[in-house]
Design a protein around this ligand. Structure first.
Ligand code: GDP
Ligand code: IMO
Ligand code: MG
Length: 424
């Protein structure tokens, strides 16, 4: 059977921690979209890690970790991250890379960076990992599947064509040095040797695994609000962040997807531009940012301060619905222990009308938050795993969010470490 672990919001909900936790009972863990722009923080017996490309099942030697066909595979980053993991004492994990996965080419991060520079104060706030240019090329049919790197003639010919096209923009629009197809060819020949041992027919592997009754986890990157169709377009990412896309990005039949766990934080955070209705500013924001996550709310990939705000029940209810969540895991409940009162955004006021439905981006920019205020619990619950020791106000807060979201909260997390979790 297949379970998905996905984000209900703007990303950084704690998917890494939850996938690492669930992977204990899984046989296969797959990343199905996005690329090294992810930053999934995991704190377990091996130490602290921020995984960007590797699936979060890599801490279990018996789990097969797959980079699915839907991923933007940066080979150098994949290699470096794996070696770093092993250097930190983690047993070398089992990893397969789909032969259909496409490769992040050296010019993709360059184009991402040049464009953000050009846009200046109108920039998207991308991670500059090349994600936008990568997926544009994939759908424009000028990308490179991993298997194609091993075909010399094809590689040379395609690189010539791509460079002609890219150089028109690089030289004339961005006024940067032209790409050299011969140098790119050499670079990709070097990179293909790094990836060669991992390349596999993961489609057939997965079908056999499912036939044998194995448990497969799909690990999402980012969350619903950054989906190119259902998120805050255009301040989104360039691959689908919803569980439904897991079937495509991993290569499994939709009928196999039985359980969808949407992860959400007990407050909101977002990186990059775009609407964020319940955002906090000033001292209030600074304090929440400082206390959030494991060591403050700072991007695991870019180190940028994350925007923070109150829990947005409108966005999360929509986010969970779009994911098709069968259960919710609420993270970072411990972070809110310092507050006298906690606000929850339970509605949006748009043009004088109050709604609970998450609108399209052009209306979202006019939305003002409508808050319900709940009492805080004013104590530190970090690391508590016994529900009996959780104060009534904290339990009431969880119950309130559950009612608002409309999906059972199956677990809540009281700290960043693997074992800091309470089942309900
Ligand atoms: P992901 O991208 O969804 O995997 O989430 P990130 O790892 O980028 O961000 C989540 C942050 O919250 C990380 O710093 C985690 O270590 C941290 N975290 C996860 N769960 C908890 C929790 O229950 N309590 C606290 N205090 N931090 C948590
Ligand atoms: P995880 O998996 C938070 C943000 C970027 C930008 C937008 C698009 O850890 O949740 P892109 O790189 O696709 O051009 O970025 O999404 N972003 C993230 N924000 N967590 C991430 O990953 C992110 N990956 C990208 O800041 O606004
Ligand atoms: Mg993250």
């Amino acid at each position: 059977m297949v379970k998905a672990i996905v984000g209900a919001n703007w990303g950084d909900e704690g998917k890494g921690k939850i996938t690492d936790l669930f992977a204990r009972q899984a046989d296969v863990v797959i990343r199905f979209q996005g690329g090294a722009n992810a930053g999934h923080t995991i704190i377990n017996d091996y130490g602290k890690f921020a995984l960007h490309t590797l699936p979060s099942g890599v801490f279990y030697p018996e789990v097969t970790n797959i980079i699915g066909n839907g991923v933007a595979l940066d080979i150098q980053k994949f290699h470096d991250e794996l070696e770093q993991l092993v250097a930190q004492g983690v047993p070398r994990p089992r990893i397969l890379v789909s032969e259909r996965a496409q490769v992040m080419m050296p010019y993709h991060p360059l184009l991402d960076t040049y464009e953000e520079e050009r846009l200046s104060d109108k920039a998207f706030g991308s991670t500059k990992s090349g994600i936008g240019p990568f997926y544009s090329d994939k759908y424009a049919k000028i990308g490179f599947q991993v298997c194609e790197l091993f075909d010399d003639a094809l590689l040379k010919e395609r690189l010539e064509k791509v460079c002609t096209l890219k150089n028109a923009v690089i030289v004339h629009l961005y006024r940067k040095p032209a790409l050299d197809p011969a140098a790119l060819y050499d670079e990709m020949v070097r990179q293909r040797e790094l990836i060669r041992p991992f390349v596999a027919d993961t489609f057939t592997f997965l079908h056999q695994a499912l036939e044998e009754g194995k448990t497969v986890l799909l690990e999402g990157q980012l969350g619903t609000m950054k989906d190119p169709d259902f998120g805050i377009y255009p301040m989104v990412t360039s691959s689908h962040t919803v569980a439904a896309f897991g079937c495509i990005g991993a290569g499994i039949p939709p009928t196999e997807l039985k359980e969808i766990i949407a992860v959400t934080k007990a407050y909101s955070s977002a990186v990059g531009g775009g609407e964020f209705v319940s955002e906090l500013f000033g001292d209030e924001a600074e304090e929440l940012r400082r206390r959030g996550g494991d060591k403050g709310e700072y991007g695991a990939t870019t180190g940028r301060p994350r925007r923070v705000g109150w829990f947005d029940a409108v966005a999360t209810r929509y986010g969970c619905r779009m994911q098709g969540a069968t259960g919710v895991v609420l993270t970072c409940l411990d972070v809110l222990g310092y507050l006298d009162e906690i606000k929850v955004c339970t509605g949006y006021e748009i043009d004088g009308e109050i709604t609970r439905e998450f609108p399209v981006s052009c209306k979202l920019s006019r939305a003002k938050p409508v808050y319900t205020t709940l009492p805080g619990w004013k104590c530190d619950i970090r690391g508590i795993t016994d529900p009996e020791q959780i104060p009534a106000q904290a339990k009431d807060y969880v119950a309130f969010l559950e009612k608002e979201i409309g999906v059972p909260i199956v677990m809540y997390s009281t700290g960043p470490r693997r074992e800091e979790i309470i089942r309900r």
